[in-house]
Unconditional design. Structure first.
Length: 389
């Protein structure tokens, strides 16, 4: 639903009698499914949501500030049609002398806009926004896989664990360029100030320790799209939120690089992704060890058949740490456009864990369930319906 109105602008130095053009859009996506899965506890039948893409409701808009400058905003919350739950639980406060370290909430609140919420400025030079936002690396994670951001077997449910790839960043500042080079080249810089812990030095919290650098992250993305070809590269570097007091000496650094591409041949569209990364420093690689060094990639293809598509995907994750938790994942799906913005789908996927690994099967928004034991390979079959508005 789109609507435009003439509103009185109350914007700092702006006169209370000045006028601005405002545009606001209410939007959403609903996705429901029925799935049969086995994570080592036997076959389970369940009703789920967000199979092909995460269900959500949001509002976004802009207001002209004169010339080509405008204020822009987005507020987006997750929603589970199967249970009616919205948001993502309690706020995780930082450390500031027992008081919330970031924002105006002095106690535990509900993270209603768990998906994203930001506000900022935009003009012909790009946009600068502040809030809870997607990191560029996670934004391109789905562009290198035919399954996009969902369905059983999509690479984005496995590869982002490499190097601790940032997904959404709290307390973030994001600058995104407009498309340049004939509309094909664009870039994004994301910086998060982290948990904003207002402490001097290290502070122990239970069995872990944190400090003022916790969660600070920078993420850079460069992408190019022209005709049937798309390619992107991203890199990130950030601190862990805490470290194990007994054994580790400081916050580990999460860093990595991702390359993503796809090409549309007409009769088929081919996709590929490669990710490499480390989580190291502060003796992390000798104590916690999890994915201290890892790499992986995926190859997938989409073949259009009338109003539908057949999708095939294969993903591999190699854990080079001493824990050796490696896995592969296969996926097969068929999507059919029933109507504009309305799609039905069937999807099968399986994670093949090695004897040390316990990665779970996931779709666009649901974790099917933790596996019963390391070495168990979860699988599932899902039929669903998605509509966006």
């Amino acid at each position: 639903m789109k609507f435009t109105s003439i509103t009185i602008a109350v914007l700092g130095l702006a006169s209370a009698t000045s006028f601005a053009q405002s545009s606001n859009t209410f939007y959403g996506l609903l996705d429901v499914n029925v799935a049969s899965t086995d994570s080592g506890f036997g076959s389970k039948l369940g009703v789920g949501n967000s199979g092909m893409a995460a269900s959500r409701i949001g509002v976004k808009g802009d207001r002209s500030l004169g010339g080509d400058l405008k204020a822009v905003y987005t507020l987006e919350t997750s929603v589970a049609p199967d249970t009616g739950v919205s948001g993502n639980g309690a706020i995780a406060n930082g450390i500031n002398n027992s008081t919330a370290s970031s924002g105006g909430l002095l106690g535990n609140g509900v993270q209603l806009f768990s998906r994203q919420v930001f506000f900022g400025l935009q003009n012909d030079m790009g946009s600068l926004t502040i809030g809870r936002q997607y990191a560029g690396s996670y934004g391109i994670a789905g562009t290198g896989n035919a399954f996009g951001v969902g369905l059983f077997g999509y690479s984005g449910s496995l590869l982002p664990v490499i190097g601790g790839m940032p997904t959404r960043l709290n307390n973030s500042i994001v600058y995104a360029t407009p498309p340049v080079a004939d509309g094909g080249l664009s870039a994004q810089v994301s910086y998060s100030t982290g948990a904003e812990n207002n402490v001097n030095g290290n502070v122990a919290v239970g069995t872990t320790t944190t400090n003022a650098d916790a969660g600070k992250t920078i993420d850079l993305t460069l992408s190019y799209a022209k005709g049937p070809f798309y390619a992107a590269i991203s890199t990130w570097n950030g601190y862990n939120a805490s470290y194990v007091t007994a054994g580790e000496t400081g916050l580990a650094t999460k860093q990595g690089t991702q390359v993503s591409a796809n090409y549309d041949f007409g009769i088929a569209k081919l996709y590929g992704t490669y990710v490499t990364g480390t989580i190291q420093g502060g003796n992390y690689e000798n104590v916690t060890k999890t994915l201290s060094s890892a790499n992986g990639g995926s190859l997938s293809v989409a073949v259009p058949i009338g109003k539908g598509k057949v999708l095939v995907s294969y993903t591999s994750l190699t854990d080079n740490s001493s824990l050796n938790k490696s896995a592969t994942m296969s996926g097969l799906a068929y999507t059919y456009n029933l109507y504009e913005k309305t799609t039905t789908y069937v999807s099968w996927g399986q994670v093949n864990n090695n004897s040390n690994a316990n990665y779970a099967l996931a779709n666009g928004g649901d974790l099917v369930g933790n596996v019963s034991a390391p070495g168990v390979s979860p699988s599932g079959l899902m039929v669903g319906l998605m509509m966006s508005f």
